[in-house]
Design a protein around this ligand. Structure first.
Ligand SMILES: Cc1cc2nc3c(=O)[nH]c(=O)nc-3n(C[C@H](O)[C@H](O)[C@H](O)COP(=O)(O)O)c2cc1C
Length: 401
């Protein structure tokens, strides 16, 4: 089998050096990468670096090797074009169909999926001209990853930073795996909860659960690759890197999670509650560490109910047509309990999986059945958590249509 052909477009931003890491990941994972830098990009990283790392010739203008008609061929033969970093200038040119160098010609001739990873100062990103160009590109089917928030060139901090190259690579991998398909969540806002809540007993102890957050993160990554604007409400997911282009809201307890979910879902098209939210919390919180007393048995811990966030947002939808998905982790009688839970919660879809100490929690793979309120049942065989995530988005996208 021939290697998938990827065009890595690099435009003239300070983050051009980070594209070397993306290039390495793409080549090491078996892609044939042709780097097409702009003339400005070559001020930051030279052609020799791109050529040596990709093992392919590097050109910027349409006038090299004219007999091979590169301004047409490179785009026509690509399975994926990813532009990282994408400057404000490049987004504007792409949105308006300009073709004054090899990369812009390639963008016009490509019929494969196109991913842009913008990077620029916050003012440039927020400017209405850039925002309109981004909206145009998304409307036409390109995946434009939201920039990250953090340190920019110089001393500035804000939104506009290039997302981590590892995460851009993950998006490219997902987009390539799905082939030329419509980014069917483009223009949609989706909210995902991930991880497990922790209910404090005292300053050092909590009641928690084994959820790692990996399924929720897979949902966030795949939704971003399908073009959605993603808010990820992350409960105690330390150690998992923020997925590229995803707005991450960290929370600790079920009450905090509820507040974040209610706020984010106001304008959401779909909500997927993958987090394991504690049903109960300690009735009282000891402000000092609870001490062991040699001559006394420990006090029992009284519990009170936590709010049922899934039932609440399902009963009182923030928007008409909002699609709500729940997760049910069951240990026995999995499907029967799942059906009962779906009816009780009032959501549209319920992903039911069997859990145990060594099953599902923290694993890279999952296996589930997605139950629908209309009676549908979609089994998802054992496989990567991203495959289950894509099935969930297929079902959500069908309902949003
Ligand atoms: C030091 C320096 C850093 C720059 N960083 C960025 C950047 O991060 N994002 C951006 O949109 N433009 C940035 N620019 C401006 C672009 O290089 C400029 O708009 C250029 O025309 C882009 O050309 P291109 O889109 O063909 O690569 C930077 C310019 C300089 C001199």
């Amino acid at each position: 089998m021939s290697k998938p052909k990827v065009v890595l477009g690099v435009s003239g931003g300070i983050a051009a050096y980070k594209a070397c890491e993306l290039l390495r990941r793409l080549t090491e994972s078996g892609h044939d990468v042709r780097v097409v830098p702009t003339a400005s990009a070559l001020h930051f990283v030279g052609a020799a670096t791109w050529s040596a790392l990709s093992g392919n010739p590097v050109a910027t203008e349409v006038w090299d090797d004219v007999h091979e008609v590169p301004h047409v061929r490179i785009g026509q033969h690509a399975d994926l074009v990813v532009v990282a970093p994408a400057t404000a200038d490049m987004l504007a040119k792409a949105a308006h169909g300009l073709a004054d160098d090899l990369l812009t010609n390639t963008l016009l001739t490509a019929r494969c999926p196109v991913v842009f990873a913008p990077a620029m100062h916050t003012e440039m990103w927020e400017h209405p001209a850039t925002q309109e160009n981004v909206a145009t590109l998304r409307r036409r089917g390109a995946v434009v990853i939201e920039p990250a928030v953090g340190r920019l060139t110089g001393v500035d901090t804000g939104k506009g930073r290039l997302p981590d190259p590892v995460e851009i690579f993950e998006i490219c991998r997902r987009v390539l795996a799905r082939g030329v398909t419509e980014p069917d969540l483009a223009g949609r806002h989706v909210v995902i909860s991930a991880g497990g809540t922790r209910e404090p007993l005292d300053p050092v102890r909590f009641l928690g659960n084994r959820s790692s957050g990996k399924q929720g993160y897979a949902l966030a990554r795949t939704a971003a690759a399908r073009g959605a604007r993603v808010t990820l409400i992350a409960a105690n997911t330390t150690g998992l890197p923020d997925p590229a282009g995803v707005d991450v809201v960290p929370v600790g307890t079920a009450v905090e999670l509820r507040e974040a979910v209610l706020k984010a879902t106001r304008d959401a098209d779909a909500v997927v509650m993958a987090a394991a939210v504690a049903d109960f919390r300690p009735a009282t919180y000891a402000t000092g560490k609870i001490k062991k007393k040699d001559d006394q048995e420990p006090e029992p811990v009284a519990l009170v109910r936590n709010p049922d966030v899934l039932a609440e947002i399902s009963a009182d939808r923030a928007r008409p047509g909002q699609v709500i998905v729940g997760f049910a982790a069951e240990t026995d009688d999995v499907l029967a309990n799942g059906r009962k839970k779906l009816a009780r919660k009032g959501c549209d879809l319920l992903v039911v999986n069997e859990v145990g100490e060594r099953k599902t929690f923290g694993a890279e793979e999952n296996e589930a059945v997605v139950l629908a309120a209309d009676g549908g049942e979609t089994p998802v065989p054992h496989g990567p958590k991203e495959a289950l995530a894509d099935t969930v988005w297929d079902l959500v996208a069908a309902r949003l249509r």
